[in-house]
Ligand binder design. Structure first.
Ligand code: AMP
Ligand code: ZN
Length: 441
């Protein structure tokens, strides 16, 4: 699957974060369902906004984009977003983009005009099929940039002639840089082939971005571009789309000053991805309450497991456990129906209630453990309740560092003790040529 990623000229806001979280959770869900997922998300690292910011700060554009790519990784990690498999960048795919445009020219779908190259929309019959508009309607309502160079106002730029002093690359049409839409068609084709399973982004991308991606890709290959499209509804403030240009935005860093960002992730997944979410403080507080209830369920179970008797389960306990599996089936069912995470979370709450009302100190360890595993399996599909695990990992990393230091100082008594302590906690250390690695027993 391919998701349109950020233009890296600034911190991303929580509206962007909504879209990134949805694709991360979708990927996790598909993997849980047994699919082999290759997830590509691009970085748009050539763009007017980047060039302008670079001018303002008096640095090369590459410095701006590299900085905000690193910040993207830091901030997405705080939102529980796992890394995609591939993060292609425009600047690393210029050759492929030029080749792609060349093929469109050869096939008669593109024309050159004054050093620019445009896609000729009139040559592509299906134009408008994604946004469900016909050419006439589109032409009437076109708020598309009109330019002297275009034959038709709907035609869109594939290659922009360089302005003096601007970042540019040599091409058969002279020095210039790629238009925005062509990068996704080219990189999607390069890494995932002519037809991909899933493509998406925020719903602002339906028209013209994704419409144009379809036109370019299908004109070139003659094959369907994407089998499924997912467009994430807006995160709004006062019913207006959160956006940089309106100035009505918050960054994850701002939210993190007051709330654990896992609450924000929970808020996002509590809504259906297609619906708008009108963001406000109350919503975040009620998300916090909801997530706290899940953590309470988790902590209770952990306490019971620790204190439970390890005996053979009774028949009625086994039956109850068997019955519990229906929650997993229900979870799969609602999630399979257009990725309804809102209903998925509702099923998880039902499961917690069922567990809470049916187990106590007298339950068998094995039964408790299996109920716990089921609960944790479903929450981890959504990337939730991972908090303890992470601090545990940080603690382990810290102990490993202490052990390394002790070894350097030839304090083998201490280094052996740390190793043994970790072993007791179920963590095995291995000294490898790449350094110390750890794993669970
Ligand atoms: P951009 O960096 O503007 O290209 O945006 C990165 C991603 O965030 C794209 O998939 C956008 O569609 C998405 N996006 C932008 N604003 C919002 C919003 N307010 N709500 C949801 N998604 C958004
Ligand atoms: Zn795109």
């Amino acid at each position: 699957m391919y998701a349109c990623g950020p233009t890296v000229y600034d911190y991303f806001h929580i509206g962007n974060a909504r879209t990134f979280i949805i694709f991360d959770a979708l990927r996790k869900y598909l993997e849980y369902r047994g699919y082999d997922v290759t997830f590509v998300q691009n970085f748009t690292d050539v763009d007017d906004k980047i060039i302008n910011r670079a001018k303002e700060e008096g640095v090369p554009p590459g410095e701006i984009s590299e900085k905000f790519i690193q910040i993207y990784f830091e901030d997405s990690k705080t939102l529980g977003i796992e890394k995609a498999d591939i993060y292609p960048k425009v600047t690393e795919n210029i050759e492929e983009i030029i080749e792609f445009i060349g093929e469109l020219m050869d096939k008669g779908y593109a024309y050159e005009s004054g050093g620019d190259v445009y896609f000729d929309v009139s040559r592509y019959e299906d134009y408008g099929k994604l946004s469900k508009q016909n050419l006439e309607e589109l032409q009437l309502g076109a708020r598309v940039e009109v330019s002297e160079q275009k034959r038709n106002p709907l035609d869109f730029v594939l290659w922009k002639a360089a302005k003096p002093g601007e970042l540019s690359w040599e091409s058969p049409w002279g020095a210039g840089r790629p238009g925005w839409h062509i990068e996704c068609s080219t990189m999607s084709n390069k890494y995932l082939g002519e037809t991909i399973d899933i493509h998406g982004g925020g719903r602002d991308l339906i028209f013209p971005h994704h419409e144009n991606e379809i036109a370019q890709s299908e004109a070139r290959s003659g094959k369907p571009f994407a089998n499924y499209w997912l467009h994430v509804g807006y995160l709004n403030i006062d019913d207006k789309k959160m956006s940089k240009s309106l100035g009505n935005f918050f960054t994850p860093r701002e939210i993190a000053k007051e709330f654990d960002l896992e609450n924000f992730r929970f808020l996002i997944l509590s809504a259906h991805y297609r619906n708008p979410v009108n963001f406000n403080r109350e919503l975040l507080e009620s998300a916090k309450n909801g997530l706290d209830r899940l953590y309470t369920g988790k902590n209770n179970l952990e306490y019971l497991i620790e204190n439970a008797e390890d005996r053979i389960p009774m028949e009625n306990e086994k039956e109850w456990l068997e019955n519990l599996k229906q929650y997993k089936n229900r979870f799969n069912e609602v999630m399979d129906d257009d990725f309804n995470t809102a209903d998925g979370i509702a099923v998880i709450f039902d499961l917690v209630r069922e567990i809470n009302t049916n187990v106590d100190e007298k339950a068998t360890k094995q039964i408790l453990q299996e109920a716990y595993d089921l609960f944790m399996e479903l929450t981890s599909v959504l990337g939730l309740l991972g908090k303890k695990e992470e601090t545990l990992e940080e603690d382990i990393e810290r102990l490993i560092e202490e052990r390394q230091k002790a070894r350097k100082e030839k304090n083998f008594e201490l280094s052996d003790k740390i190793r043994d302590d970790l072993k007791e906690k179920g963590i095995i250390l291995e000294d490898t040529p790449q350094g110390v690695k750890w794993r669970r027993v």
